[in-house]
Design a binder for this molecule. Structure first.
Ligand SMILES: [Zn+2]
Length: 236
């Protein structure tokens, strides 16, 4: 309670003071990242820059599929339903036209339905509205990281490493980030309050929308992760 009181006072004392643009909302030891619309900045604490998110000794494909996609995720928050309400100086000023918003809403509606159909436990389904912002970010970040990876190859073919092609390693890098375990009760609690989808669906749901995943692993109709091309969602 004393820690809460201290933090409350620290925040209140900021009133009327100049904005401290050097302040972080996370500690360097936190394995996480964020985008702040008020600061118009993305922050990657030191702790996320280690495996499975980033490995200085791993090849480009794995790093683009992991930290590259996370960087894309955070940047895309500046260009979503929330980020669009803040201008470049972090002031609440919508810089999109009505037609921008309308077109964006049409694309994101499909994501609401897609994630709303995912079921982590029998009798429970994800809330496609609650998790929309984060699903938009995942489904923007991964394809953008893939584009960046292809650019980084500079037109040369990717090497095969440990029997995996570059595109396969890119997808594996993403999937490895989302390995995790939770008890049933915690999974049920989180699907009611967490704006992020459970890790399994952040990993697989995003790959199901990525055309490169299909060609990399020769995914065909009838396979568990197959989604027909017309139903795959692409935001950007
Ligand atoms: Zn996010």
């Amino acid at each position: 309670m004393r820690a809460r009181e201290f933090e409350f006072k620290r925040q209140v004392n900021k009133l009327g003071q100049p904005v401290d643009r050097g302040e972080w909302e996370m500690t360097p030891q936190t394995v996480n990242a964020y985008y702040s619309p008020e600061m118009n900045e993305v922050v990657f604490p030191a702790a996320i820059l280690q495996p499975p998110f980033f490995d200085v000794n791993a090849d480009d494909a794995v790093n683009y599929g992991s930290i590259g996609a996370v960087i894309g995720h955070e940047i895309s928050h500046g260009f979503d339903d929330e980020g669009s309400q803040y201008d470049g100086d972090g002031n609440l000023h919508d810089w999109w036209t009505k037609s921008d918003h309308d077109k964006f809403n049409i694309r994101t509606k499909a994501l609401v339905a897609q994630y709303g159909a995912f079921s982590p436990l029998e009798g429970y389904q994800l809330n496609g509205e609650l998790t929309l912002g984060e699903n938009i970010a995942d489904n923007s970040g991964l394809p953008i990281a893939y584009k960046a990876y292809r650019i980084a190859l500079g037109g040369k073919p990717a090497p095969v490493i440990d029997g995996f092609t570059g595109d396969q390693r890119f997808c594996l890098g993403w999937a490895q980030v989302w390995r995790g375990k939770a008890r049933e009760a915690e999974t049920i609690r989180l699907i009611k309050v967490d704006p992020h989808s459970p890790p399994r669906f952040r990993g697989n749901g995003t790959l199901e929308n990525l055309p490169a995943f299909y060609s990399a692993f020769d995914v065909k109709p009838g396979d568990k992760m197959y989604v027909p091309p017309a139903q795959r969602v692409r935001i950007w």
